[in-house]
Design a protein around this ligand. Structure first.
Ligand SMILES: Nc1ncnc2c1ncn2[C@@H]1O[C@H](COP(=O)(O)OP(=O)(O)O)[C@@H](O)[C@H]1O
Ligand SMILES: [Mg+2]
Length: 248
């Protein structure tokens, strides 16, 4: 079992889309997967469940009002379990400001679930707040989605600095599994950025790039993973192949 955070402080780089589609592709490949929505905007929760409301969310788990197990909701369409988020999550940084051990709440809360899943994916928010620190301290590794544009390298610099801070400040080393290329279009800038990530940053870039595709967006709005919404689309194949590549 491994816990993996999907992280990038830049918004709109397909963190949520990648979390959902990788989780669902893994499920289709026979894995038992839990997706944790750790973004107060709740994009993953809304993509899976629409406007449904939940009695317990990750907010209650973090605040100590519920066990992680009690907040799990299953999705037949995605084939995964989800711990939903809610907007109240945006207040936890202040609410927990004086709480001893506040960086490791999520890690401790997930311990009882370890044996129930093949993988736990955490969809992070773009902020570098307490919840993202919690996600990192709960994770063995991270996956970094990027839309390959020139300023996407800034996002990588920020992530590397954050991991370094956690290592020096809290003594915990988070691994980087690799970089996922999302919304790929065959342009010079994309190739330049990918080459820099490999050569300058020495990071693993997964060879299955996710193409910029209307099917991905439509699947999202239809509360479906792309492999079900448009099974024959190149994006569906890309997420399926990426998921196999990520599992290795
Ligand atoms: N491969 C893709 N092709 C087209 N649109 C995409 C693709 N991946 C993501 N999107 C769209 O980009 C927007 C931002 O994606 P999202 O996953 O919410 O990013 P993040 O979680 O990093 O903020 C969404 O509207 C999503 O539908
Ligand atoms: Mg998101």
């Amino acid at each position: 079992m491994s816990i993996i955070s999907v992280i990038n402080q830049k918004g709109g780089v397909a963190k949520t889309t990648t979390s959902l589609n990788v989780a669902s592709s893994w499920a289709a490949q026979g894995k038992k997967v839990l997706l944790i929505d750790l973004d107060p905007q709740s994009s993953a929760t809304k993509a899976v469940f629409g406007d449904r409301e939940f009695e317990k969310t990750i907010y209650d788990v973090i605040m100590g009002h519920a066990q992680a197990e009690d907040a799990i909701v299953s999705s037949d369409v995605f084939g995964i379990d989800v711990i939903p988020a809610e907007i109240m999550l945006s207040g936890v940084d202040l609410q927990l400001a004086a709480h001893f051990g506040r960086e490791q709440i999520l890690r401790r809360k997930l311990e009882p679930l370890n044996r129930r899943y093949d993988a736990i994916l955490i969809d992070c928010s773009p902020s570098l707040g307490l919840m993202t620190i919690n996600a990192l301290l709960a994770s063995k590794d991270i996956i970094i989605p990027i839309c390959p544009e020139y300023f996407s390298l800034k996002g990588i610099d920020l992530i590397l600095a954050t991991l370094q801070n956690i290592r020096t400040g809290l003594g915990y080393k988070v691994g980087i599994r690799g970089v996922v290329i999302t919304r790929y279009r065959d342009r010079k800038v994309a190739k330049d950025v990918i080459r820099q990530v490999r050569e300058h940053y020495q990071l693993n870039v997964y060879s299955n790039y996710i193409p910029d595709s209307i099917a991905v967006e439509e699947a999202h709005h239809n509360h479906s993973p792309v492999h079900k919404y448009a099974p024959r689309s190149p994006a569906s194949k890309a997420y399926m192949d990426l998921s196999k590549e990520l599992w290795l």
